[in-house]
Every structure is written in C-alpha cells, then in structure tokens.
Design a protein around this ligand. Structure first.
Ligand SMILES: [Zn+2]
Length: 318
C-alpha cells in the first residue's frame, strides 16, 4: 500500500519535473499543436485573467509554445481550437439554434488592439443576451461582451478552427459571459462561464458581395492604423447580421484560444462561412500590432488541438 502510494507520488513528481517529454505532432497541415501525451489529464483547468503578456512570435519567450508559462491552463487537455467534422461529430443531437435578444444594432467601441489581446476588436456597451446555448438551461443568459477577428498572412491559414478538413481566411469570435457573473474576467474562471461563437471568414470575389455588416466594421477598423486607446471609435452592429444563412453549427467544450486559455468555454462553430473580400483581408493584414509590427507578421491564430475524448455535437443531421 505504502509502496504504491510512494510510486504514484514519484511518478507524479517525475511527470511534472521531466523537461524532456515526448511530443506528438500531427504534421498533416503543420498547424497542429504539439501535445505532451505522457502527462495524465488531471481535469478541467480554470484560470482568471493572465497577469503576464503573451506573444504570437514563435521564438519569443512568451510565444505560443511557451504559453503554459504565461498561464497554466494553456497546457490543459480541453484546449481550443480543434478540428470539427461531419464524419466525427454526433449529428443532430442539439435542438434549434442560438438566439439573440435584440432586433436593433448594439453600440460599442472598436479598437485595433484590445486590452487583452492582439486582435481587431469591438467591445459592446449596449446589452444583448444570447440564449439556447447548447449544454445550458434554455433560460440561461449569456451577455455579449465583445467580438474580435483572427487572421493569417496568406490564404486559408486565417481560421483557428478547422472545419470539415479545411482552414478558412479568418475567424470571427463573438464572446459572451453568463449573466450570473459580474464580467468576462469573472466568468472565465467558472466552468459554465463563457460561450463563444466562431464564424469562419471566406474570401470571395468582390463582385459576389461580402457580409455588409462585417465589411462596414472592417473598413472602420482599417481607419485605426495605430495602437492604444486613441485608436478607437464608436460603432454599432447587430450580431445577427454577421451570421451566415444556414444556422448549422458544431458545438463542444473547450478553452479560450489565447492566454489565460481557461477551459470555461462552450464553443459554437458555425459550419457555413461568412463572405469577405480581398479589400477586407487587406485591412486585417495591414493592422499594426502592439509589438510594433503588423499583426499578420506572426498572425494571431493558434494551432489546432486534439479533440481527445470530447464530444462534438451538431444541431443538424449529417
Ligand atoms: Zn478568438
């Protein structure tokens, strides 16, 4: 009995202390995250806001491979983004779609870089709530906090999630927190605290017409060619206008895709992409970062993580 306990403790200590761990890399796309398969899953990792800054520069000491040093949660086993596919999802297990409480545009402020990240961002001060979030009670309300955009520096490397085998040109995240918590910062360390909707952005010819609400917001973001609070402006948008035609989505439990990487997120990833133009993509690619470069130099896209034994469900039949 004692020997078993000692062995267990030694194993645990060795696992934590051993810096030479085996990494498994799925090199299908070069965008798969390296995951330490020796470590045992300990459970859900919940973290509050990180107090250290982080970078997307792969060779920086606080770069993506070292985010675990910025926040312990980033080395967790329920991380996002992931690859979602019709082949591996449990189709038709979720009823209906998510619902926003407003028919009007919601006011907010757009920034080039937000206070917590390296993304063009809009923070909402007008209140709008999301209901019918999968995995929650229908009456649970999630307040829209902000939206931000992820993008690469060339075609088809801009989305964080991989959907049915492909990456898109960008990904827009609508970030919500449960209304029983005080704020997003408060909610991110709670198991049921956060719901994020991921919209894939796909480049189409200028003549075929982008999503005009997103076009308008993006052009305004393009006028913020600086860094800091001076480079912000008022804007308003109804989040419903940003969605694709089809309400079909994948849903699973995951994390914030940047530090603190808290595993408090109910993800809703829309299957149909939203249309953007080359003009919009050029705006994103030319936005400055808070490191004195362009955001697109290192991009702001995190690599894909294994789904593991997590269940991915859909609200449509495959
Ligand atoms: Zn995001």
């Amino acid at each position: 009995m004692t020997t078993t306990v000692v062995c267990f403790l030694v194993t645990l200590m060795m696992t934590r202390a051993d810096p030479d761990l085996t990494w498994r890399s799925d090199d299908v796309t070069g965008q798969e995250a390296r995951v330490d398969v020796k470590k045992k899953q300990i459970g859900l990792r919940l973290c509050g806001p990180a107090d250290r800054d982080y970078s997307f520069n792969p060779s920086a000491p606080n770069g993506p491979n070292n985010w675990g040093r910025v926040s312990w949660c980033c080395d967790g086993f329920l991380q996002s983004p992931v690859h979602v596919t019709r082949q591996t999802a449990r189709c038709g297990e979720v009823m209906g779609s998510v619902l926003y409480s407003t028919v009007l545009p919601v006011p907010g402020i757009i920034y080039n870089t937000g206070l917590i990240g390296k993304y063009p961002k809009m923070s909402f001060y007008g209140r709008v709530e999301l209901t019918n979030v999968p995995g929650t009670n229908f009456r649970d309300r999630y307040v829209l906090d902000s939206l931000h955009v992820h993008f690469g520096n060339s075609r088809q490397v801009g989305s964080e999630h991989r959907v049915n085998g492909r990456f898109y040109d960008g990904e827009l995240h609508l970030v919500h927190y449960k209304d029983t918590y005080r704020s997003l910062d408060d909610a991110m360390s709670r198991e049921d605290g956060v719901a994020v909707i991921g919209l894939m952005l796909e480049l189409v010819p200028d003549t075929s017409g982008p999503n005009w609400a997103l076009w308008n917001m993006t052009m305004n973001m393009g006028r913020l060619l600086g860094v800091g609070s001076r480079y912000s402006r008022d804007h308003e948008v109804n989040p419903k206008w940003l969605f694709p035609m089809r309400p079909d989505f994948f849903t699973y439990r995951g994390s914030l895709t940047g530090p603190p990487c808290s595993e408090s997120v109910r993800w809703i990833v829309m299957e149909e992409p939203v249309k953007i133009t080359r003009e919009m993509l050029n705006v994103y690619w030319n936005l400055p970062s808070d490191e004195g470069r362009l955001i697109s130099d290192y991009t702001n896209v995190r690599a894909v993580y294994p789904t593991g034994n997590r269940m991915v469900q859909t609200n449509f039949f495959c």
